[in-house]
Write a protein that binds this ligand. Structure first.
Ligand SMILES: *[C@@H]1O[C@H](CO)[C@@H](O)[C@H](O)[C@H]1NC(C)=O
Ligand SMILES: *[C@@H]1O[C@H](CO)[C@@H](O)[C@H](O)[C@H]1NC(C)=O
Length: 444
């Protein structure tokens, strides 16, 4: 009985880790590519078109049997920036990357028909892959812009590009650095918007698929917190003090027909939110200050770059200072006691760079030791890059994020109502006051 009680308490304080660990699916010391033959690989190595130690994978997306992997062109020798591997590859744990949609489609500096640098990509429920080509080559003070920022959308069933849209000059500024995408499907596949977070130019660009048009929001909530620019990862101390709006995740559709976009600056422990009712409306770029809302701070050491939300409002995010993945169920108030760590690994999860959920409700995580690559040197005798997966429901079981009983999800909109968790009288007397406290939820 005592043991049971301890388990319940642990689950409630949110520090409990789920019993189920992320399963390592793929792992690499360095990245290699599926060149047509060995002769081409040797040629690429000799001409430095392929320099293995310069290839850092940063993001993943999962669609069907494909796992997309992006490799930004920060240095020379990146053969292709957008690639995939097969999720069911049973022959090797370190598969070679196959360029997507093709080698030609990844040509550096070919603005009209190639991809120069891709960070994150998003597959949507309409079978489209959204890819932002930043058009950049280099990183930090070495950055050049052979091409403009352009949205590329691929039909995943035919592997053909169905749309290319260059951002307008007004969508970016001299500091712009956009690494993240969120895709907002409404009532039909045509009724789709995409949002792009400008981390260093402090903006949010919205794009309408139907109108083939973009516009830009600016807000002080997109800026970094000047007190939170100091980072400690993998024994390295470094400052990323200028890093603003980065991670984004969209809620399910609420009763009012719109989603909530959750976003957070990188140098920050704050979460912010705005309705897509605002973002979808290009007339609101100038007068929407008060439509953006602030959520409570996360606990200390909770910088993050990537987040994702399931169809029923369960969010996962990467805790880059903690070598961990966190969760939060959006039926509960956004505050530290309602967050949990679902997995932590001081070797395998050093810089968990991306988190995704696939159509079968599996969580996917990539880790890549990025700060070691950028601030020091990777040891290529060691495993540096990993892809993990686990069923979403297993990952949250027994944590505060395992919310099955909430009467309704507040994101569904509707009337506000108090939700009091149900416990036996006996247990209620033993629990701390806040564990039995009523929550504000919204009822349909
Ligand atoms: C670019 O930055 C690096 C370190 O970040 C520095 O060593 C180098 O001198 C800088 N180069 C220029 C041209 O500013
Ligand atoms: C979208 O707009 C761009 C110009 O920004 C144009 O090149 C492209 O053809 C348009 N695509 C569609 C489908 O209208």
């Amino acid at each position: 009985m005592k043991f049971c009680f301890a388990l319940v308490l642990l689950a409630l304080v949110g520090s409990a880790r789920s019993a189920y660990r992320l399963q390592e699916k793929f792992a690499w010391r360095s990245m290699d590519y599926a060149f047509p033959d060995d002769f081409s690989r040797q040629n690429a190595l000799q001409s430095r078109a392929y320099v293995p130690e310069n290839n850092l994978p940063v993001a993943i997306e999962v669609w069907g049997n494909k796992i997309f992997v992006s490799v930004p062109r920060w240095r020379e020798g990146i053969p292709a920036t957008l690639n995939y591997i097969r999720a069911d590859d049973a022959f090797t744990k370190s598969p070679r990357l196959t360029p997507y949609p093709s080698w030609q489609g990844n040509e550096l500096g070919n603005c009209a028909n190639g991809l120069t640098t891709v960070y994150r990509m998003k597959a949507d429920a309409c079978g489209r892959l959204w890819v932002l080509d930043t058009g950049t080559y280099g990183i930090g003070n070495t950055t050049t812009n052979p091409c403009p920022y352009a949205i590329n959308v691929f039909d995943l069933n035919t592997d053909r590009r169905v749309r290319r849209y260059e951002f307008r000059p007004e969508d970016t500024n001299a500091n712009t650095f956009i690494a993240n995408i969120a895709v907002d499907i409404g009532t039909t596949c045509d009724d789709t918007y995409a949002y792009f977070s400008d981390e260093l130019g402090y903006g949010l660009v919205a794009y309408s698929w139907e109108e083939n048009r973009s516009w830009r929001f600016e807000h002080s909530y997109f800026m970094p917190d000047p007190l939170l620019g100091d980072f400690n990862v993998a024994g390295l101390n470094f400052q990323w003090g200028a890093e603003g709006i980065f991670g984004m995740a969209l809620s399910p559709i609420k009763n009012d027909g719109f989603r909530t976009l959750f976003f957070s600056p990188l140098a920050s422990n704050r979460e912010f939110a705005v309705s897509t009712r605002i973002l979808r409306d290009s007339s609101r770029t100038e007068d929407s200050y008060h439509d953006f809302t602030v959520l409570e701070s996360r606990a200390a050491n909770s910088h993050l770059t990537s987040k994702v939300m399931s169809d029923d409002g369960l969010m996962f995010f990467n805790l880059i200072d903690q070598n961990a993945i966190g969760c939060w169920h959006s039926s509960l108030p956004y505050k530290p006691e309602n967050h949990a760590v679902v997995d932590r690994d001081d070797v395998g999860l050093v810089f968990p760079s991306d988190v995704k959920i696939d159509a079968n409700r599996n969580l996917w995580v990539m880790s890549d030791r990025m700060p070691v690559f950028l601030e020091a040197d990777l040891d290529f005798n060691d495993v540096n890059f990993r892809i993990y997966t686990a069923p979403v429901d297993e990952m949250v079981r027994g944590t505060v994020c395992d919310v099955q009983t909430a009467p309704s999800n507040y994101l569904q909109g509707g009337k506000q109502k108090l939700f009091r968790p149900r416990f036996s009288q006996n247990l209620r007397q033993k629990l701390p006051w806040w564990a039995t406290k009523a929550y504000q939820v919204y009822e349909n």
